[in-house]
Design a protein around this ligand. Structure first.
Ligand code: GLC
Length: 704
């Protein structure tokens, strides 16, 4: 059951799709409900609001806060793209879309703002705080057993999701856990997850620094010549002319349509990047049109706000203005007309390297510091360090405004909606431009609700083993918030990767819907063919292609049923205390339990089986060993070039024959793993992979 409580008069975010009755909450009726007797509230209103006051202590002044005492055994899940573990207890997280490429353990904000949490314990519930500015989730940071959620403003919608008897299935043998039921309810509230085209499940090679068409041709050739499977190459900002959105560099990429046609013959797609900021340049039509039509974000005095990003000075399209959204979305057609079928939206927190105001303030500080240059003190030294720390300064978010349905709203009050609406602009335009076709779209920044329009990648991670583990732990949380099409930069974006790290990361990445190897300019080249022992890479990538029918099928089911593609063991075995604490093994779809290796210099790992399962070890894309294992702890050997996982009891895994791109997938001949007894079957979903006519019953094939 979901109840919608409204505090004040919130800005509409379009995060949800379900209409629910609104229970308006004021300070007065909170007090009345709290003092009314729990069992016999005097009014209906008291009774409704009493549900809230029974759970939480709510304080409503100029700001809002909600708190409760957690039991030691309670676990807290959710928050989507957030730091640390699957159980979020023990730290503080701030929902504030942030361009910070250093995802170290103490960081409190990443690129997405996903304000959904679930507390699972003796009493379980889910909470969605629909509020587009900063939200602080203190989950046992200030006080170990206290959960406090606070916002600076007090206008918000709060959704309380509880499990009722009627949510339970009649068949009591097969009751889903509280966590699964609450997730499903929440996902129903926010709408069905985006389903990309089938080719988006193929392997994507990317790098910031493919400078011209020959660089791209070389990547394609190396993959194809070495029989390393590949479906797409993503194009970073280098393809643009002076980093101007919707332009193509005339010398470096003289004929993108021809190049795209040439790639398409090899079964390859291009995925160009689009950045949020529009370069300020006379006669650049996107800039000129934006200025003329007031499509850019404005300062308080009505002039267009200026932010420094890749092209130098830029204006930010006002994605919260429906007209500007339509205008910007239509611009994607320029690239679609050149044969492009997929895009990634970037820098849309929005990232700000500097603002004109910020630069001026920094210059003044420098002047001040120069006055003490003959005898600087320690404080001056600290000040020197701070002077040019002006990128992504939150002060800048108070310097520009949006026009939302004629209302002027300061950016910081709706900050977390910006990237969401950039992606929505593109997705809505795709529906107009090619109504019958699915295009690939993923974004860096996001808010709850964006999952209906596109996927996300998890931004600028590093080539660190700890970031492989972070990737593993983040997948279920992203799914809880609706983001099914997601994945990390495999091999790591920043710093130099190593062969073993890339292999282990790929061995996990073959299960993530978005499987992209991407690296930063200046780092070691990390295409698979850059390393010795190519066979190892080939086998792992080929196994991905053998898995695609299963991954795609489970993906569509998860989207249709509002369920999880990746889930923690705790959600399926809530009574098993050991399983509940395991965060480095994940269930993936109905059949698999993944047990990735995420440490250097190890030849295996220990795994915990909550029930008997079938161990599967792939030593190449076609050769594997299986062994039945009993519930409990086991050590499994898993060499660098092997992929190991488990098939759940009475489940099957369909594998198609090996191939090198999704265009060659053969759905006529499946190998079924896990046939430990007669009578088992698997429902495989399949469609043409392109059109929007998805998932009706006729699309399922029973494999047995
Ligand atoms: C940002 C993106 C990264 C991209 C780079 C250059 O850092 O997160 O993926 O390569 O910008 O466009």
């Amino acid at each position: 059951m979901i109840q919608k409580f409204r505090f004040g008069s919130p800005i509409s975010t379009d995060a949800t799709v379900e209409e629910l009755p609104i229970i308006q909450v004021t300070k007065e009726n909170l007090t009345a409900a709290a003092s009314a007797k729990k069992d016999c509230p005097s009014t209906v209103k008291d009774a409704e609001i009493g549900v809230l006051t029974n759970f939480f202590h709510i304080s409503l002044g100029q700001s809002f806060s909600l708190s409760l005492t957690m039991e030691d055994s309670d676990a807290v899940y959710g928050l989507g793209q957030a730091n640390r573990g699957i159980n979020k207890r023990g730290y503080k997280y701030i929902s504030c879309c942030t361009d910070d490429p250093n995802h170290t353990e103490e960081k409190v904000s990443f690129y997405g703002a996903h304000n959904f949490i679930m507390l699972i314990g003796k009493v379980s519930f889910g909470l969605f705080i629909d509020y587009p500015a900063n939200v602080c989730f203190d989950i046992g940071y200030t006080k170990q057993n206290e959960l406090t959620i606070s916002t600076e403003g007090r206008d918000l919608d709060l959704y309380l999701i509880t499990r009722t008897q009627s949510d339970d299935k009649e068949n009591t043998d097969n009751i889903d856990s509280d966590a699964l039921c609450i997730t499903r309810e929440f996902r129903r509230l926010i709408g069905q997850s985006y389903i990309p085209p089938l080719w988006a499940f193929g392997y994507i090679q990317s790098r910031w620094g493919y400078m011209n068409e020959n660089d791209i041709r070389r990547v394609a050739k190396n993959y194809r010549d070495n029989h390393l499977p590949l479906d797409s190459i993503s194009m970073d900002i280098d393809y643009m002319e002076d980093y101007k959105d919707f332009t193509v560099h005339p010398d470096r990429f003289p004929d993108l349509a021809a190049l795209s046609g040439e790639m398409s013959k090899q079964g390859l797609h291009f995925i160009p990047i689009i950045d949020a900021g529009v370069k300020i340049e006379k006669e650049y039509d996107v800039y000129e049109d934006g200025v003329k039509n007031n499509y850019f974000c404005k300062r308080a005095n009505g002039t267009d706000f200026v932010a420094g990003v890749w092209p130098g000075k830029t204006h930010f399209p006002d994605f919260l203005n429906a007209d500007a959204r339509r205008w910007f979305g239509n611009l994607y057609k320029r690239l679609i007309d050149l044969g492009i079928e997929g895009f990634w939206n970037d820098m849309n927190e929005p990232a700000i390297f500097f603002s004109e105001e910020g630069l001026e303030e920094a210059a003044k500080k420098v002047e001040e510091l120069l006055k003490v240059k003959d005898n600087p003190k320690l404080n001056d030294f600290w000040a020197m360090q701070g002077v040019f720390n002006i990128n992504n300064d939150h002060a800048d978010y108070k310097r520009f405004y949006h026009n939302m349905n004629g209302q002027k709203i300061r950016h910081d009050k709706v900050h977390n909606l910006y990237g969401f609406n950039m992606t929505r602009a593109a997705a809505e335009a795709f529906d107009r431009i090619c109504p019958d076709k699915r295009l690939l779209l993923f974004s860096r920044s996001s808010y709850i609700g964006m999952h209906r329009f596109g996927g996300i990648w998890t931004g600028d991670n590093q080539s660190w083993w700890s970031h492989l583990l972070l990737n593993i732990k983040m997948m279920p949380s992203l799914n809880m918030c609706g983001f099914l099409y997601s994945g990390a930069d495999l091999g790591g974006f920043g710093s130099n990767t190593t062969r073993d790290l890339l292999l282990r990361w790929l061995a996990f990445g073959i299960f993530t819907p978005l499987m992209r190897n991407h690296a930063a300019l200046g780092t070691r080249e990390q295409e698979c063919y850059q390393f010795e022992g190519l066979d190892d890479f080939r086998e792992i990538l080929t196994l991905r292609y053998r898995l695609i029918p299963y991954i795609y099928s489970e993906f569509v089911k998860a989207s249709q049923n509002n369920s999880l593609l990746f889930s923690p063991l705790a959600f399926s075995w809530p009574q098993d205390k050991v399983a509940c604490e395991i965060e480095d093994q994940l269930l993936m779809g109905e059949s698999l339990m993944l047990t990735p290796v995420y440490q250097p210099n190890v030849s295996g790992r220990t795994v915990y089986l909550p029930e008997d399962m079938l161990f599967v070890k792939f030593t190449s894309a076609t050769e594997y060993k299986t062994e039945s294992k009993k519930a409990g702890w086991h050590y499994i050997a898993c060499a660098l070039n092997e992929v190991c996982f488990f098939i759940r009891k009475d489940h099957l895994l369909p594998l198609c024959p090996p191939c090198e791109c999704t265009g060659e997938l053969d759905y006529s001949n499946f190998e079924l793993l896990g046939k430990t007894k007669e009578g088992l079957s698997y429902e495989l979903y399949m469609d043409d992979g392109y059109t929007k006519d998805i998932a009706h019953e006729g699309r399922y094939l029973t494999l047995k």
